[in-house]
Design a protein around this ligand. Structure first.
Ligand code: FSO
Ligand code: SF4
Length: 542
């Protein structure tokens, strides 16, 4: 039986046991468990070998492999199995070169050759293999935080930015989950995970802005043009750049979807006049939107949802994303750019996209752009024109309860500014919420990793107002979460000292009552409540 409770949509807010609500089959879930187990063994060996192992190279692989186990990233059993084999191969190579004779932990000594042996082992190493509920909760909280860090580290690595300390932490954290540690030791590691998440987001911020410039205020077209188009989703800006380059002058237009929307804010991409704008909404609506788009779609990362027959022949994956029966565009081993010619050839044969929306939205409020407006923003706070900021970053999802975020956005007093990042924004970024003296009431910093920008902005405000404590700022946190990158973002905010975060639409199922209690006592984390109660609390400064 599978057991997975890593995301917000887990069955009955307890755990998926038959098939994932996300569409993950039992086989895939078991193989992903085995991959994480294999990575723990690899980490344990690499740390034991110390200088005799190439920790950076190991860390780079571990980041990629962990990324593949994030919700809605990779449903392809063959690719997950290949990663398991590579983890074992790497582990054995380290053992041999360092002359290690390991008898424990189990993850470091296990081996198997066949797929059946894989499945047999997988049934014994999942989440429930940790009997103690609190230890299991802390191990999984740490693991999910590391999965989020791994995704961000991988994106940064693709752009040539790496931080050995991040890789070291991934190895340390994985190794720690193989040993009996005290609750306090685990809590300390979870906090270290939060600090590392800050580093990973800062690294990715430097990678993205270094390559593509600082995001700037931008009006993003929501309509379509009459040419055939390619729709790019996920988070990988390098793939997006490559698609733009390879389609230049072909008469094919390019559109962003979901978390690729912030590509519209980068100066380096604006110079392409065949980059038309954004098509559609958050990831969970892709079934209908990909059908309507009519042309090829590239999923560069999560979130890919079960692929419908109607567009199966025109959807592609790249990077760590994967789906059985869907063509994957590989990364050439010689470092040359990915070859998207098959997608481009298909686009030529497809009709122009069907228009599903018109108009424009405004975004591009990452830290550098907000700093340029700092005088205006600080002036508005001092004059009382802006009374409060509400950080509503994170993820969107299928749950009807997420209508809460739309209602909150609509009902907040008109002297409130919403700071957002991640796909959570699609619950309110197309509402006419107006502006305050020219400052839009929804400031979108970018992708979920650009929550880093929101933290930089908060720290800057703290400095400007001469405050010692970030929690004394007129900022409330009302976050929506879905998958493990949001766990990393949450841990990052906690590590930065942010308290009183509201988290919804439900608290994570992987928090045991005792672990949840620690988070409540230490950080005053609370679940989102009714719209009325939460609005009243936000108005009162909580
Ligand atoms: Fe959304 Fe999916 Fe970016 Fe997540 S697209 S849910 S937080 O992957 O990573 O925000
Ligand atoms: Fe269930 Fe979420 Fe795990 Fe998918 S990722 S199996 S929906 S808990």
């Amino acid at each position: 039986m599978m057991f997975c409770y890593q995301c917000q949509e887990t069955a009955k807010n307890t755990g998926c046991t038959v098939r994932g609500v996300c569409g993950k089959t039992e086989d895939t879930a078991l193989l992903q468990d085995l991959l994480v187990f294999g990575l723990k063994g690899l980490a344990a060996c690499a740390l034991k070998a110390g200088k005799k192992a190439d920790l950076a190279d190991t860390g780079r692989f571990v980041a990629k492999a962990l990324f593949a186990t994030i919700t809605n990233a990779n449903f392809d059993n063959d690719r997950v199995s290949a990663l398991i084999r590579e983890a074992l191969k790497r582990r054995d190579a380290i053992k041999a070169s360092a002359g290690l004779a390991l008898t424990s932990p189990d993850a470091a000594v296990w081996s198997a050759d066949t797929q059946e042996e894989f499945m047999d082992k997988a049934r014994t190493v999942g989440i429930l293999a940790t009997g103690d509920e609190d230890l299991r909760s802390l191990r999984e909280l740490l693991t999910y935080g590391m999965k989020g860090i791994a995704a961000y580290a991988d994106h940064a690595a693709v752009l040539g930015h790496e931080d050995p300390d991040i890789y070291s932490f991934l190895l340390k954290g994985l190794d720690a989950t193989t040993r009996d540690m005290t609750a306090q030791e685990m809590v300390d590691l979870v906090m270290e995970c939060g600090n590392t998440a800050v580093r990973a987001m800062a690294l990715l911020d430097a990678a993205n802005t270094g390559a593509y410039g600082d995001p700037e205020i931008s009006r993003v077209n929501l309509g379509v043009r009459g040419n055939p188009g390619i729709l790019v989703s996920g988070h990988d800006l390098k793939d997006f750049e490559e698609i733009l380059k390879q389609t230049k002058g072909t008469g094919i237009d390019v559109y962003t979807h979901c978390e690729m929307l912030p590509a519209n804010y980068y100066p380096a991409f604006k110079k392409y006049d065949h980059f038309v704008g954004n098509y559609g909404n958050a990831w969970w609506r892709q079934g209908e939107e990909f059908e309507q788009f009519g042309g090829p779609i590239l999923m560069t990362t999560n979130c890919i949802t079960p692929v419908k027959d109607s567009y199966r022949h025109r959807i592609f994956t790249s990077g760590m994303a994967g789906y059985p029966g869907v063509k994957h565009i590989p990364e050439p081993s010689d470092g040359s750019p990915k070859d998207f010619s098959e997608i481009i050839a298909l686009a030529r044969k497809c009709p122009a996209p069907v228009e599903i929306e018109t108009g424009e939205i405004v975004g591009g409020f990452a830290h550098a752009q907000v700093m340029k407006l700092a005088d205006k923003v600080v002036g508005a706070v001092k004059s009382g024109a802006i009374k409060r900021f509400v950080v509503m970053a994170g993820c969107d999802g299928r749950s009807k309860a997420r209508g809460y975020f739309t209602e909150i956005a609509q009902s907040l007093p008109r002297d409130t500014v919403i700071l957002t990042a991640g796909c959570a924004k699609f619950r309110y970024n197309k509402l006419a919420l107006g502006d305050i003296g020219g400052i839009p009431r929804v400031l979108d910093a970018g992708q979920c990793n650009d929550s880093y920008s929101l933290a930089v902005i908060a720290l800057k405000l703290k400095e400007v107002f001469g405050l010692k404590d970030i929690n004394k700022l007129p900022i409330s946190f009302d976050l929506g979460w879905y998958e493990q990158k949001a766990v990393a973002v949450l841990l990052a905010l906690l590590a930065l000292g942010v308290k009183h975060i509201r988290l919804g639409p439900t608290l994570p199922a992987f928090l045991s009552p005792n672990v949840a209690k620690v988070l409540v006592e230490k950080f005053d984390i609370m679940p989102t409540g009714s719209v009325q109660d939460d609005l009243a609390a936000i108005r009162e400064g909580r």
